[in-house]
Design a protein around this ligand. Structure first.
Ligand SMILES: Nc1nc2c(ncn2[C@@H]2O[C@H](COP(=O)(O)OP(=O)(O)OP(=O)(O)O)[C@@H](O)[C@H]2O)c(=O)[nH]1
Ligand SMILES: [Mg+2]
Length: 303
């Protein structure tokens, strides 16, 4: 399990490694210049403002002689990253099925692929999964999902091309309820955060689900593209204003050297990261583990 995360973070680790190795090769004793250099290095993996904040803290600890060596500072930074990422937070199914999960995000962030991965995650646990093809905007979207649904053993509920996505969501909720499914995963079309009417459409889909299944959607997952880096923070704020986002999924971590942005995103958005996507296949999804994440980023440095 840990291996996939480790491989997924390869580009990020590569971005960090030269700088970290240089710092660590300087010698045992820490100084201000080395801390500056570390800050720059963290920026190469898109840690952004979190890098500045962490180095500030490290500088204070250094002044107080709490950390003295380059080894100490690596341990310090890893712990900082872990703390900033928060506790591990899993996607849990409720006692009363179905648990309804609404997937939202900008165009191409990885929503549909992530639905397929989640469907597989649950069917493998013997759960009954219904998927709602709420992206009625692109004709190919339902086709893409049908192939995935067949492959992972989930039931797909789809509407006609151009149908009201909220109506499809309602039908899918109906089906999930009558079939006594454990999980309903609802896909939505990608949208720009500036498209006000499309952002409102998400609230409508959310409301309609709640009309058929009490408390639904129980989770609203925002899928972010890791290659977006720090900009994902603004995206998340806009989605949070439209729907009650309960978790983040950072997809395409494998294709990004900006994995460090996850730290800032988690901190600033204030919503836990539930999963990370580390590839295009159905099993390239991992529950997010802050400890493993920090460990993978800094692999090869003193512990
Ligand atoms: N490498 C990699 N590619 C991914 C990952 N997740 C999704 N992709 C790819 O990203 C592209 C877009 O994925 P989709 O799942 O269609 O994205 P979407 O958010 O549903 O897109 P729209 O519905 O058009 O908004 C596809 O080519 C996927 O194979 C991932 O974790 N890693
Ligand atoms: Mg899609």
């Amino acid at each position: 399990m840990f291996k996939k995360l480790f491989e997924g973070l390869k580009k990020t680790r590569d971005a960090l490694s030269l700088g970290l190795r240089t710092v660590l090769s300087i010698g045992r004793d820490l100084d201000d210049e080395t801390l500056d250099r570390l800050e720059e290095t963290l920026y190469t993996a898109d840690l952004g403002p979190s890098a500045t904040a962490m180095i500030e803290k490290a500088r204070k600890a250094y002044k107080l002689r709490e950390i003295k060596t380059t080894d100490d500072v690596m341990v310090f930074l890893r712990k900082e990253i872990e703390d900033r990422l928060g506790e591990r937070s899993e996607l849990e199914l409720r006692g009363v099925p179905p648990t309804v999960v609404l997937m939202v995000g900008v165009n191409g962030s990885g929503k549909t692929t992530t639905i397929a991965k989640l469907a597989r995650h649950f069917t493998q646990q013997g759960k009954k999964v219904v998927i709602g093809a709420g992206d009625t905007f692109r004709a190919a979207a339902a086709e893409q999902l049908q192939i995935w649904a067949d492959r992972v053993g989930a039931t797909l509920v789809r509407g006609k091309a151009g149908a009201d996505p909220a109506a499809v969501a309602f039908d899918a909720a109906e089906r999930a309820a009558t079939d006594k499914a454990d999980v309903l995963l609802v896909d939505t079309a990608g949208r720009l955060v500036t498209q006000a009417h499309l952002m409102q459409e998400l609230s409508k889909i959310s409301r309609v689900l709640g009309k058929r299944i009490p408390g639904a959607p129980h989770d609203v997952l925002l899928v972010l593209d890791a290659t977006t880096g720090q900009n994902a923070i603004q995206q998340a704020e806009k989605f949070k204003a439209a729907v009650p986002v309960t978790g983040l999924i950072v997809a395409k971590l494998d294709g990004s050297a900006k994995g460090g942005a996850v730290v800032g995103i988690r901190e600033r958005v204030g919503v836990p990261v539930k999963f990370i996507g580390v590839g295009e296949k159905a099993d390239d999804l991992e529950p997010f583990d802050p400890k493993d994440f920090a460990r993978s980023m800094f692999e090869g440095t003193p512990t």
